[in-house]
Design a protein around this ligand. Structure first.
Ligand code: ASP
Length: 331
């Protein structure tokens, strides 16, 4: 049931919709008055595979389910896809030929769980949730994470898929490590949602940068870097070069900016601006860096911004499931 705060929020937004659509026909205005904007539920996720993942999440959200269950179910879609080269066991290996997975999850109560450098497990996001719900810790890595997963009923799967192995062997001929910007060599699914009760959760899962050093961990399993949720404010998640996201505690930064009154769009832009400034101060070339942020707030507003073109994200709300090209700092 809607509480008073939600009712006021919805009414205010509906009124704003009318005002911002003037001049429209009288009938159109009336239509907008009697049909209040739906601000929740909403789910937003990174990259094109977010569309399919959102569909799964929406099944839960549309039935008044919990955002936590929605984001876990959503990101399991690309994790299950063995043709997906940047998430789950279908992902590209590190330079030593191991597929090592990073994932984290956060709910409306600030419960958190994370795994890093986890091998042989199909759904690292569910292991992260098990860390959150069934261990006294918040992060378990490497062999310890695998042992934890096996002890909690997860099955040990084969390592690298054949096609990835072929590509890796090809890569070994030059062993040139230079993660390119945008798709093909890296991509993470980060998903953030607000459910019909107005509660937020987020999930983030990846195989990380292809041909990374063995043991390398990016931003994706680090709460505050690759993902952050604050039920009083909203949620944010990131994709791109994890080292750059960690450098500014990216998603915590985005959420704190929203707390200070910035819209999700403004908050993502300011976080990217910090990355730009720091990169220049460090004498690095911005062209070699891609980072994208997405964010949502309590009003059901969303925003996204990235360093350079090529990043897209999927939004599912009352208006359907849409893939949107993110605006970027470098045009
Ligand atoms: N952020 C991920 C990492 O650094 C990779 C990506 O999103 O492309 O591991």
């Amino acid at each position: 049931m809607e509480n008073r705060r939600d009712f006021l929020k919805t009414s205010a937004l509906a009124a704003a919709a009318v005002l911002t659509n003037v001049p429209g026909s009288k009938a159109e205005e009336k239509e907008k008055i009697i049909k209040p904007l739906t601000v929740k539920p909403i789910v937003v996720s990174t990259w094109k595979f977010g569309i399919e993942a959102n569909e799964e999440a929406w099944k839960i959200l549309a039935n008044n389910g919990r955002a936590l269950d929605a984001v876990e179910a959503g990101v399991k879609v690309p994790e299950s896809n063995m043709k997906e080269r940047s998430v789950g066991l279908g992902g590209r290996p590190d330079r030593d030929g191991h597929v090592t997975l990073d994932a984290c999850i956060m709910d409306e109560f600030a419960n958190i769980g994370s795994v890093a450098c986890l091998e042989h497990i199909k759904h690292p996001i569910s292991v992260a949730r098990a860390v959150m719900e069934k261990s006294p810790h918040v992060m378990i890595v490497g062999d310890g994470a695998l042992q934890f997963a096996l002890a909690h009923g997860f099955t040990k799967e084969k390592g690298v898929v054949e096609e990835s192995q072929k590509e890796w062997k090809e890569w070994l001929k030059t062993s040139n490590y230079k993660p390119p910007v945008n798709i093909e060599n890296h991509d993470t699914i980060g998903m953030i949602a607000m459910d019909s009760n107005g509660n937020f959760s987020g999930a983030c899962t990846t195989s990380g940068l292809a041909y990374k050093m063995h043991g390398r961990v990016g931003d994706s399993p680090i709460i505050g870097a690759g993902l952050f949720v604050d039920n009083e404010v909203g949620a944010a998640t990131a994709t791109g070069h994890g080292e750059e996201v960690i450098r500014i505690a990216g998603c915590h930064t985005v959420v704190e900016l929203m707390r200070q009154g910035k819209s999700p769009q403004q908050a993502c832009e300011e976080a990217v601006a910090r990355i730009v400034k720091i990169t220049k101060n460090r004498g690095k070339d911005l062209k070699d860096i891609q980072v994208g942020f997405i964010a949502i707030n309590q009003n059901g507003q969303y925003g996204a911004y990235c360093v350079q073109t090529g990043f897209n994200f999927a939004v599912y709300n009352g208006s359907g499931n849409t893939l949107i090209d993110s605006d970027s700092f470098i045009k």
